[in-house]
Design a protein around this ligand. Sequence first.
Ligand code: PLP
Length: 391
Amino acid sequence: MDGTHSIGETNKSTGLSILEKLGVTPLINAGGPNTKHSGSRPRAESTEAMNAMSEVFVDLEELLIAAGNEIAQLTGNEAATVTSGASGGLVVQAAAAMAKDDPERIAQLPITNGIPNELIIQRGHRFVYDHLYLAPGSQFVEVGRTTDCTIEEIDAAIGPNTAALIHLESPYKEKTGVPLTELSDLAHSHGLPVLADCASMLPPRENLTKYTSQGADLVSFSGGKAVRGPQSTGFLVGKTEWIEYARLNNAPNPGVTRAQKVSKEEIAGLLAALKVFTDIDENKETKNYLDQMNFIVDQIAEIPGLSAKVTHDYDHYIPHAVIVLNKDWKGPTYSEIAERLKAGSPRIYIASDYRDPAQCMWIDPLNLQDGEVEIVATQLRELLIKGASGF
Ligand SMILES: *Cc1c(COP(=O)(O)O)cnc(C)c1O
């Protein structure tokens, strides 16, 4: 050796070394694919595909059409296309509903003069990310109450300015309201599309076709949550006609969605992740998560003043260890516990219900790597035992 060394040998950077140089402290993500806590870990197959794709050039439109066909096939849908996150998909949905395949309208947005631009949304389907629907110049017409809505109320709101009906599927939605099948029948009887935000509803994998089979014309999913593709990706599935409108309104075309471009590397990374995601044996995967979450629950269930149990339902897309502080709990609040864990060493992020953080908190195993479930259980147990006696 002559004293020099090339990058890729002794100087090879790691995630930790990059963070260390920047002076940023990493954390254990025990709270799930939350964007603020950096989403999910892209699968090895996904990052490999991204690297490989960096070697070539391509016509992006050709790539997007082929990638859309591949996603349609992998997910069992008529058609599909790539978006910049599920939220990018919402912008594209609204633009597609207003401009369809009309080049003048596509170029005109977000100015909607002369274009029907109203999106009908049930009050119980309002959500923190729904402003993205408004980005291409549309407006909401809100119907019903936060707790419920009837099909008659939606029907009465439809008029000459209506562009689409919105449907949200999320743990953070009121469970009452108009069923998607009825909403779809109504929309289609008026020649209107149903735009659905189902970003976080994977797994179960059966949801890949559930909402399209219930009549939604465009359904937005995240590629950077449990699919474990690049954090910035998402995809739309739906009817061939509407997917084509979506694609025409989407980047890289010069329109209102231009700021949402997805690179060829990200497209390849999403395809690779989706391939693995759709191939995985879901029962086996669930069993593995159940084992990890039972381990956590066993470590803390006996602590006085709290209840801990493994929950796997509509609100918990994979098994979670859900912790409830009972009336006789004398210790710190949910947010104090979360803050202490995040300030600890190692730092740990755990989840709570963002609408009402005083309900419960939970551990989500999606992002836990080998050895981390034990660290999380130990830190949590120590903190809660101390907390049970009021600190
Ligand atoms: C996560 C989520 C989004 C945002 O998805 P991204 O892929 O992060 O853009 C939008 N809507 C709902 C309901 C979500 O859960």
